[in-house]
Design a protein around this ligand. Structure first.
Ligand code: HEC
Length: 144
């Protein structure tokens, strides 16, 4: 246990109860290397995203958002982050019935294995402050 602080312990138990363990026990250094090779060109070497990432591009798509705590990556559960990375933004949006939004996020299913995708996502998560990691863990529905 990282801390004897009671509030923290409660949060840690809460996050376990809510899952989030797809990102546990991953190879974070390998994920960091994959991030540099495959993600940094758009999402930024420091996970800072593209400049003016909240302003739509001329074609209506959005620039790549930051993956640090200033973005909204941590607002999503693990499965959505995984799907977005594996099949790409457009395919995820279509599956949700959203056809009028253009996504510039490519799918990496031909480039990265599932385990590699989890490693990258675990690396991204490892850069977040503890309290953000705990909030994100609570977005994961309970599962085995
Ligand atoms: C060619 C540029 C590009 C590359 C390379 C890229 N992305 Fe993206 N990514 C985007 C864009 C643009 C968006 C915003 C898409 C949207 O609005 O649907 C995005 C969105 C995302 C999201 C959703 C975030 C959120 O908060 O909604 C995730 C997760 C993601 N990318 C992960 C990755 C990972 C992991 C890699 C590397 C394996 C990667 N991306 C590489 C352009 C890129």
């Amino acid at each position: 246990m990282r801390s004897s602080n009671l509030v923290l312990i409660t949060l840690v138990y809460a996050s376990q109860a809510h899952g989030g363990h797809e990102l546990e026990g991953r190879d974070v250094p390998a994920g960091a290397q994959l991030y540099v090779e495959h993600c940094a060109s758009c999402h930024g070497a420091e996970l800072e995203g593209e400049p003016d990432w909240q302003t739509p591009n001329s074609d209506g798509s959005m620039p790549a958002p930051p993956h640090d705590e200033t973005g909204h990556t941590w607002h999503h559960d693990n499965q959505l982050l995984f799907d977005y990375t594996r099949i790409g933004g457009q395919a995820v949006l279509s599956a949700l019935g959203i056809d009028d939004v253009k996504s510039g996020m490519p799918g990496f299913s031909e480039v990265l294995t599932d385990a590699e995708i989890w490693n990258v996502l675990a690396y991204i998560r490892s850069t977040w402050p503890d309290r953000i990691q705990e909030v994100q863990a609570m977005r994961n529905p309970p599962h085995q």
